[in-house]
Write a protein that binds this ligand. Structure first.
Ligand SMILES: [Zn+2]
Length: 252
């Protein structure tokens, strides 16, 4: 019994409240603190999912509306939570500045907040975009990357990888042949093939969880994507981000 209690105490959880073009929001909860990634959801949904008095920071990848809502950022800052991103996101902020402004992070320069260490890495997109390498003693090393045309990094000892798998070119072609309109900006996002290649370059026996995020509604196939990743990373648990009006929880 004592053992079980100890295990529970050190268990971190990833909570997904939104993933995709309708809005993105991720929370990593540790025992005494949490960190938010992406502010593309209404503030109340974060409040329902976690204790924001324990939120050490909100990290935003880029300024697009499904990742960054100024009103949500404003509400977090009103509660004293710093919001961090790149200069492009900071300059797009339209909320009140009486509660502060968006803290600009420098590429590759680590910052510490609570027990979290955050290192931003540059990603290629139609807006300035950051991925994040986040470390904490409770869950180890987590890498977050979305909305990018490539992932040109080889990062050692990743324990948890959250990476975009937006579309399959085959599904887009099938859609065109059947006359369906293509709504996916596929030259601005990572395809499942690019995602699989990036995962293959970065996984190791230490990689416990791989979470595919930001799937396109019309141009993806969740179970086929899951099989493709499981095939190259049999040692990892593979998840598809799919919160659909409820909070999805993944133990880290
Ligand atoms: Zn975007």
């Amino acid at each position: 019994m004592r053992c079980l209690l100890k295990q529970k105490k050190n268990m971190s959880v990833l909570k997904i409240i939104g993933s995709g073009s309708e809005g993105n929001g991720y929370i990593i909860e540790c025992t005494d603190e949490n960190i938010v990634i992406e502010l593309g959801m209404p503030f109340r949904q974060y409040v329902m999912a976690t204790d924001i008095s324990k939120t050490r920071a909100c990290l935003v990848s880029h300024k697009h509306g499904d990742h960054f809502i100024s009103r949500t950022a404003e509400r977090f800052m009103k509660f004293g939570v710093p919001v961090m991103s790149n200069a492009d996101t900071a300059s797009s902020y339209t909320g009140k500045d009486v509660f502060g402004c968006i803290k600009v992070l420098e590429e590759q320069k680590p910052v510490k907040t609570g027990g979290f260490t955050i290192r931003p890495i540059r990603l290629e997109h139609s807006a300035d975009n950051y991925g994040y390498i986040i470390t904490h003693q409770e869950f180890g090393k987590l890498v977050f990357a979305t909305d990018t045309t490539c992932f040109p990094y080889k990062i050692k000892n990743i324990n948890h990888l959250l990476i975009e798998a937006n579309y399959s070119p085959d599904i887009i072609i099938d859609g065109k042949l059947s006359g369906k309109e293509n709504r996916s900006k596929f030259n601005d996002h990572l395809s499942i093939k690019q995602s699989v290649d990036a995962i293959a370059e970065n996984v190791s026996e230490r990689t416990k969880n791989i979470v595919l995020i930001h799937l396109s509604d019309s141009n993806s196939d969740a179970s086929a994507f899951c099989r493709a990743v499981t095939g190259i990373a049999p040692q990892s648990k593979v998840y598809i981000a799919d919160p659909r009006n409820k909070i999805q929880e993944i133990y880290l």
